[in-house]
Write a protein that binds this ligand. Structure first.
Ligand code: NAD
Length: 476
């Protein structure tokens, strides 16, 4: 059994969970300890005790540890990518890519640890100087979803540690394998006891205990809107700093002047790769009437060539859905789309493969309106709709008619339309002739409206969440 990491020790538990491969339900990856309420209390106390020394440690020490962790992750990308794809179900190429990204994030923040700056201003009053300095916040609770089992933990843990905070990390219970491997790497990279703690387990037990604790200064959460709302309210009541990245219902506009082949590639990648289980997936394709029929023909043709299968097989384009509950949810949304009058132009059927797994043929709806449930709520699976519009103006208005605002995209050969859409899109990230999913690690990530709350993640802007400002007045 893989154990929790608390105060620098691997700690056992009377309860455990089995990590099962969604491509092959007979493949049990391993058993992972479930943390108890006492374990969480111990982890938070350890993080609290370790905080003063870590906060005052040399940035060179923190940088070296993060650099070592990043180097090991990169060196083991194939093996860790295999583990990730085995437990989550994205293809091996996607799993290895995600691990590499996690390694790069650690290396990036190894550099950022050395670049914490302040400001000095002349006071408006004679004889005074003013300094603005950044300090770590304290103990950070990190709560992550299952769809990026190593990249999302990396983009929260690396900046938290780089800026001198201590961490209590609760990964999604569906994918403890990558999280445990990351904890093992950080432990061996030399993170001092208590600075980083891993507590695996259920959200309602472990996650909730972290959120409730008065010793945890700030919570960084990624997951569903529903859970985010609960956590946000609890943090507000307790005066905690909180950052939340949540769902999406991301639009991709295909203009009449788009390069159609390129647009089909952008749409298929953005909507269906990683089995559509990305918060940035383009689940609403908004297509101008003039090219609507041609676009539908080509995308259906492309979808029919995709190979859906075991995530670890070399020729698989799309792996399984991550869990039975997720598959059930996808099928319910497909039934809902049909009952609301959309036409299922492709897919939507569960598939049998050599191994028993949660395989689902990617589903494409046509004749859908933006008011249908399938276009209002996040499905989080390989299910997307085409919404036909008269012109570019209507496309922009449909794109922005959503309670979410994470990512948006446009396929066009018109510079004027691309520039206009960049300004008018209501999303936090805008993609021109490139999929709505797939982002760099050194620039801000995040959205607006119900998609995100609080300061941005990733890149140098991550410091806004992981540091607190202090203003100092000095009489010269
Ligand atoms: P989820 O909200 O069910 O769970 C997320 C995490 O919160 C898990 O670790 C879970 O155990 C924990 N949790 C659950 N209840 C809790 C509680 N009461 N208190 C504290 N913690 C609790 O989400 P999920 O199903 O794991 O992930 C899918 C969701 O994540 C989708 O909505 C997706 O859009 C979103 N997501 C968003 C982004 C982004 O950056 N915007 C990125 C990836 C995923």
């Amino acid at each position: 059994m893989k154990l929790n990491l608390i105060a620098g020790e691997w700690v056992g538990s009377t309860q455990s969970t089995s990590n099962i491969n969604p491509s092959d339900l007979s493949d049990r990856i391993g058993d992972y300890a479930l943390a108890s309420g006492q374990d969480v209390t111990d982890a938070i106390s350890a993080a609290q005790s370790a905080f003063p020394a870590w906060a005052q440690s040399s940035p060179e020490l923190r940088s070296d540890i993060l650099d070592r962790a990043g180097a090991e992750i990169l060196a083991r990308r194939d093996e860790l990518g295999h583990l990730l794809s085995r437990e989550e179900g994205k293809t091996l190429a996607e799993g290895i890519g995600e691990v590499a990204r996690a390694g790069r994030i650690f290396r990036y923040f190894a550099g950022e640890a050395l670049r914490v700056t302040g400001e000095r201003l002349n006071s408006v009053r004679a004889g005074l100087e003013v300094e603005i300095i950044r300090e770590p916040e304290g103990v950070i609770g990190i709560i992550t979803p299952w769809n990026f089992p190593i990249a999302i933990p990396a983009w929260k843990i690396a900046p938290a540690l780089a800026y001198g905070n201590t961490v209590v990390f609760k990964p999604a219970d569906l994918v403890p394998g990558s999280a445990w491997a990351l904890a093992d790497i950080l432990h061996r990279a030399g993170v001092p006891a208590g600075v980083f703690n891993l507590v695996m387990g259920r959200g309602s037990v472990v996650g909730n205990a972290i959120v409730q604790s008065s010793q945890v200064r700030a919570i960084s959460f990624t997951g569903s809107v529903q859970t985010g709302r609960q956590i946000g309210m609890a943090c507000m009541e307790r005066g905690k700093k909180v950052q939340m990245e949540m769902g999406g219902k991301n639009p991709l506009i295909i203009c009449a002047d788009a390069d159609l082949d390129a647009a089909v590639s952008v749409a298929v990648n953005g909507s269906y790769f990683s089995t559509g289980q990305r918060c940035t997936a383009s689940s609403r394709m908004i297509v101008e009437r003039a090219i609507h029929d041609a676009f539908v023909d080509r995308i259906v043709q492309r979808l029919s060539t995709l190979r859906i299968g075991h995530a670890l097989e070399a020729d698989t384009d799309i792996g399984p859905v991550a869990s039975a509950a997720q598959l059930q949810q996808d099928l319910e949304y497909i039934a809902s789309g049909r009952s609301e009058g959309a036409e299922l132009a492709f897919g939507g059927q569960p598939l049998n493969r050599q191994t028993e797994g949660y395989f689902l043929q990617p589903a494409l709806f046509t004749g859908a309106t933006n008011q249908m449930r399938i276009n209002r709520e996040e499905i989080f699976g390989p299910v997307a709709s085409i919404i036909r519009v008269e012109d570019y103006e209507e496309a922009v208005s449909v794109a922005n008619d959503t309670e979410f605002g994470l990512s948006s995209g446009i396929c066009t050969t018109s510079l004027a339309k691309a520039s206009d859409f960049k300004r008018r899109s209501g999303a936090g990230m805008v993609m021109v002739n490139t999929p709505t999913a797939g982002v760099d690690y050194h620039v801000p990530f995040g959205g607006r409206r119900n998609s995100s709350y609080g300061p941005r993640e990733q890149g140098a802007h991550a410091r806004e969440f992981y540091t607190a400002l202090k203003t100092v007045y000095v009489t010269a």
